[in-house]
Design a protein. Structure first.
Length: 487
């Protein structure tokens, strides 16, 4: 009995020693946020302790928030910077839910042009890192397929697009919970065109569109161009749009469509939980209101499972699912698609009216890549890189920005939302950073309601280098001076 107690005490001391040693390496920066720590077997061998001892040590580190376990991958250092609250009022009736016309002046348009300038350090634009894309393989396939289909490559692909591509898209739809036929798909020139077609198919000028706030700024342009009104519904970085507040809004405000970036939302990185997705579809179906779903970031999940699309719960054809390969393969190829549901005839009519068909050669190349190019292998590689870079950028913001700064912790994609102390003006920070050759996206771009996100910025973690880290240090110092009242 005494021997058993003694062994138990010794094991407890051992696992505490292991936890302390790994914890100190994390505190000292040997292992930084997002990096993988030694596997259980590896550390057991190196420290000459049992596997159970290491498991207990890692469990302790996980409980205190220093590491996190990732299924089929191991243990990783967890960034400890808190997430922005973006908390709505507890009572939906306390929210100011007023539909407004979208009127963008020259300032946001200039900001969008500037942050897309390739000469700037790319912290602002929501674009993928081209160095991580299969450029050479895709371009070879573009040439090969154009020679293989000589006549087809210079001909219109038809209203729905190249069938071989639609077959591959239909097969991949199973990954996000949807069972579709190639004949259900309309190929578009990127996801932005898909969303624009969906808005035109479901709304008329003067109608109101409900969107999660903060709002992806490109959609503001579409809403303004179509003469629609915007109703901003509060969202959180963990669960996305607040469905309870949307429910309240639907009972008090005429809403004609809902537009949602469902998985790894741009700009706050949220993924709506499955029960919330199901509830959202049921709520909108009760009011017979269409939902336009943008799922362009869904394939960039850091975990082993890709999130389900909201479309998976659609039984009435009210969800118009939009996506593209712009964030994962080739933004310049402009290959996107829409599953229009019951609005299919209207979407095809609009597509034919505005541009007849999307470019054929790039459709042929993407179809070949999906068939024989190793798309899943590419996704696994790019997900690992973005996972690490998101963690590194979160860690850098925590070290370099003023105390009180918070940043989102997305489980996929490469977009971060940073909320700084109240003294920081995101627009002034953008202007100062621009003078230093750095592009950031101020929070004011993502709302039509005045100063709601005045102290926020959006960052792009798709790029990481010493130059990027130095740019973050510069922006952090500027923000710190604003908090201190220094001009």
């Amino acid at each position: 009995m005494e021997a058993t107690v003694e062994n138990e005490a010794r094991r407890k001391l051992l696992h505490e020693e292991v936890a302390t040693r790994i914890g100190s390496l994390i505190e000292q920066g040997t292992y930084r946020a997002g990096e993988r720590i030694p596997s259980i077997r590896e550390l057991s061998r190196k420290m000459h302790v049992s596997i159970n001892t290491v498991m207990e040590a890692y469990s302790h580190l996980e409980n205190v928030g220093m590491v996190e376990a990732r299924p089929q991958s191991g243990y990783y250092v967890r960034g400890r910077l808190p997430e922005p609250a973006i908390k709505p009022a507890k009572d939906p009736a306390e929210e100011e839910l007023v539909a407004c016309c979208v009127s963008l002046d020259e300032i946001p348009l200039r900001i969008m042009r500037n942050i897309s300038d390739r000469s700037l350090v790319p912290l602002g634009a929501g674009i993928p890192n081209s160095e991580l894309l299969p450029i050479d393989k895709l371009n070879r396939m573009l040439g090969t397929e154009s020679r293989r289909f000589r006549v087809q490559s210079v001909s219109y692909a038809g209203g729905r697009g190249v069938k071989r591509l639609r077959v591959q898209i239909a097969k991949r739809a199973l990954d996000y919970g949807c069972t579709v036929k190639p004949e259900d798909i309309v190929v578009t020139s990127g996801c932005v065109e898909a969303v624009s077609l969906a808005l035109q198919a479901t709304c008329h000028p003067g109608d109101t569109v409900a969107m999660a706030s903060p709002v992806y700024y490109t959609f503001l342009h579409s809403i303004q161009w179509l003469g629609l009104k915007l109703l901003e519904i509060p969202a959180t970085p963990r669960e996305g749009m607040n469905v309870e507040i949307l429910d309240y809004a639907l009972r008090h405000t005429p809403v004609h469509a809902c537009l949602l970036v469902s998985n790894f939302n741009n700009p706050i990185g949220s993924v709506m939980p499955e029960e919330k997705k199901r509830g959202l579809v049921a709520l909108l179906a009760k009011h017979d209101i269409p939902l336009i779903e943008d799922d362009v970031y869904g394939d960039l999940a850091f975990g082993p499972e890709r999130p389900t699309a909201v479309k998976a719960y659609d039984a009435k054809g009210l969800v118009l699912y939009c996506s593209s390969f712009s964030k994962t393969l080739a933004p310049g190829y402009r290959v996107g698609w829409i599953l229009p549901g019951r609005y299919d005839p209207k979407v095809r009519q609009l597509k034919a009216l505005f541009n007849i068909a999307s470019a054929t050669p790039t459709q042929l190349a993407v179809a070949e890549y999906l068939t024989n190019g190793g798309y899943d292998h590419h996704l696994r590689a790019i997900r690992r890189v973005y996972n690490l870079q998101v963690a590194k950028m979160r860690d850098a913001v925590g070290r370099l920005f003023p105390p009180g700064t918070t940043v989102t912790r997305p489980d996929g994609g490469f977009i971060l939302w940073v909320e700084m102390p109240e003294g920081v003006d995101g627009y002034k920070l953008y202007e100062e950073a621009l003078k230093k050759g750095i592009g950031i996206a101020p929070g004011s771009l993502f709302t039509m309601t005045g100063d709601r996100y005045r102290n926020c910025i959006r960052l792009n973690a798709a790029f990481w280098s010493e130059r990027v880290e130095q740019a973050l240090e510069t922006v952090g110092e500027m923000a710190g001076r604003m908090v201190g009242g220094v001009a």
